[in-house]
Design a protein around this ligand. Structure first.
Ligand code: GUN
Ligand code: ZN
Length: 442
C-alpha cells in the first residue's frame, strides 16, 4: 500500500474565535496569526499558531501554502431546505403562495430516490463551493430524501444535521404523511442515521400550519424519546402565516405557544425566522433556550420582515444565522452576512465584521450545541477549514488595496464576497474544492 504522511500543514493568515467579539479591540475573543498555520491529522486539528512554531513540530507534514489567503473554520448554515435547490429564485410571491406555487410542487419530486440522490450531490457541491462545511437542513416528507441527504454527507465525511419534514395537512397529495407515519418514519431514520459518523438527526415538524395537533403531539413524543436530537421548525415569519396559525390553534396564547404546548422547545430547538414576536414568546425563548434563526436573504426576498437581533440579545438570546435556500437567494454565508448587515442597518443596529465572522463559524456552532467539534480551529476539533481570498474579484482587489486593518478586510469579504472568494475547503482534513472541479470536468 502507498504510504503517505497523514499530516497536512496549511500556511496562511489564520483567524479563529473564542467568544463573540464586541469590536476589533476585543482581542481576547479571537486569535489572529498573520503568518499562521493549521496542522491537520486524522481528520482533526492537531495544532494552530505561528507558522514557524507549528512547522517545527511537524517536519514531515505535507505543506500547502495558502498565503496570502485567510484560513478560518468552515462556515455553518443553520437553516436550509435541501429539496429547494430548484426553487431558489422563483418570482413574485410571499410565503404562503410561494410554498403552494413553487415549493410544494418541487418537493414532490423527492419521493424518487434517484432524483434525491442526484440533487444531493449537486447540493453538497454547492455548499462546499460556498465554504459551508456543516448545515442544518429540512429534507422533504419522503424518507428517500433523508436517505440521499445523509448518504451523500457520509460519502464526504461532512457534519450534517437534518430530518424528514412531518406534514399531515394543508399540503398537496404526495407531500403529506399521517401522525403515525411521520412518527414511525422519523424514528426509523433516527435509528439509522443519528450519531452515525458525523450525522445528526433533527426532528422536523415543518410548521404549525402543516401539522395537525395529533401530529405535533407525536413529534413531542419523539422529542421526549430522543432528547439529544435537534428539533427544527418555522416561527412567525409572515403576518398571514401567523394569522392562519392562530386560527388553527385558537387555544394557544401565541404562535410559539403551539410548539411549547407539544413539548417541542429545548436548547437544541431551531426556530427559522422568528421575526414578528410577542413579548411572551421572547420570554419563552429565553427560558427554554430554543434558538431563533435569522435568515436575511429569505426575509428580504419574501418580504417577510426585519429580524430584530438587538431585542433578542437584550434578553440573552443568541440567534443562529442561515441562508434558508430556496427562499434565501444565496448559498453563500458571506452574502447572508451582507444582507444581514443591511437588515440590521434598517433598524439602527450594527453588525461588526468580527462579530459577523464569529456568527457564521463559532456562533452558529454554539447555537447548535456543537462548538466542541465544529466552528473553531481549536486543537482536537474536526478539521473543517475554509480558505478565503479577500481580493477574489477585481472590485474586491481594488478595495483591498486601500484596506489597512483585519476588520476592513473582513468587511470586504462580508459585503462583496461569495463563492469566488472561497479558494479551498477542507472537510475532516481533506481538500474538497478540487474534487468538485474534477466532477464538473468529467
Ligand atoms: N415555512 C414553512 N415551510 C417553509 C419553507 O420551506 N420556507 C420558508 N421560508 N418558510 C417556511
Ligand atoms: Zn425554512
Amino acid at each position: 500500500m502507498l504510504q503517505t504522511n497523514d499530516k497536512t500543514l496549511l500556511r496562511g493568515r489564520v483567524l479563529t474565535f473564542h467568544a463573540a467579539p464586541r469590536d476589533e479591540g476585543d482581542s481576547a475573543a479571537y486569535s489572529y496569526f498573520a503568518d499562521g498555520a493549521v496542522l491537520m491529522a486524522g481528520g482533526l486539528i492537531e495544532a494552530v499558531g505561528d507558522y514557524a512554531e507549528i512547522a517545527a513540530q511537524a517536519p514531515g507534514a505535507t505543506l500547502v501554502d495558502h498565503r496570502p489567503c485567510l484560513l478560518m473554520p468552515g462556515f455553518i448554515d443553520t437553516h436550509i431546505h435541501f429539496p429547494q435547490v430548484q426553487v431558489i429564485a422563483s418570482w413574485g410571491a410571499q410565503l404562503l403562495d410561494w410554498l403552494n406555487n413553487y415549493t410544494f410542487p418541487a418537493e414532490t419530486g423527492f419521493a424518487d430516490p434517484e432524483h434525491s440522490a442526484t440533487m444531493a450531490a449537486r447540493f453538497y457541491d454547492l455548499l462546499i463551493g460556498h465554504g459551508t462545511t456543516s448545515a442544518v437542513a429540512f429534507c422533504s416528507v419522503h424518507p428517500a430524501s433523508v436517505e440521499a441527504y445523509f448518504f451523500e454527507a457520509a460519502r464526504r465525511d461532512m457534519a450534517m444535521i437534518g430530518g424528514k419534514v412531518m406534514m399531515d395537512r394543508n399540503a398537496p397529495e404526495g407531500l403529506t404523511d399521517t401522525p403515525q407515519q411521520g412518527y414511525d418514519e422519523s424514528r426509523a431514520l433516527i435509528a439509522r442515521w443519528h450519531g452515525r459518523g458525523r450525522a445528526h438527526y433533527a426532528i422536523t415538524p415543518r410548521f404549525a400550519i402543516t401539522s395537525t395537533p395529533e401530529q405535533l403531539e407525536m413529534a413531542g413524543a419523539l422529542v421526549a424519546e430522543h432528547p439529544d436530537c435537534h428539533v427544527q421548525t418555522h416561527l412567525s415569519e409572515n403576518r398571514d402565516e401567523i394569522a392562519f396559525t392562530r386560527s388553527l390553534y385558537p387555544e394557544a396564547p401565541d404562535y410559539l405557544g403551539v410548539y411549547e404546548r407539544y413539548g417541542l422547545l429545548h436548547d437544541k430547538t431551531l426556530l427559522g425566522h422568528s421575526i414578528h414576536l410577542e413579548p411572551r414568546e421572547i420570554e419563552v425563548l429565553a427560558t427554554t433556550g430554543a434558538k431563533p434563526v435569522f435568515c436575511p436573504t429569505s426575509n428580504l426576498f419574501l418580504g417577510s420582515g426585519l429580524f430584530d437581533d438587538a431585542r433578542l440579545r437584550a434578553q440573552g438570546i443568541h440567534a443562529g444565522i442561515a441562508t434558508d435556500v430556496g427562499a434565501g437567494t444565496s448559498y453563500s454565508m458571506l452574502q447572508t452576512l451582507n444582507e444581514g448587515y443591511k437588515v440590521l442597518q434598517l433598524q439602527g443596529q450594527k453588525l461588526h465584521p468580527l462579530a459577523a465572522f464569529h456568527w457564521i463559524t463559532r456562533g452558529n456552532a454554539v447555537a447548535l450545541g456543537m462548538a466542541d467539534r465544529i466552528g473553531t480551529l481549536d486543537v482536537g476539533t474536526d478539521a473543517d477549514v475554509v480558505v478565503l481570498n479577500p481580493a477574489a474579484t477585481s472590485a474586491m482587489a481594488l478595495r483591498a488595496e486601500a484596506a489597512e486593518t483585519l476588520s476592513e478586510e473582513l468587511f470586504i469579504l462580508q459585503m462583496l464576497g461569495d463563492d469566488r472568494a472561497v479558494e479551498e475547503v477542507y472537510v475532516a482534513g481533506r481538500a474538497q474544492k478540487a474534487l468538485i472541479g474534477a466532477r464538473v470536468m468529467a
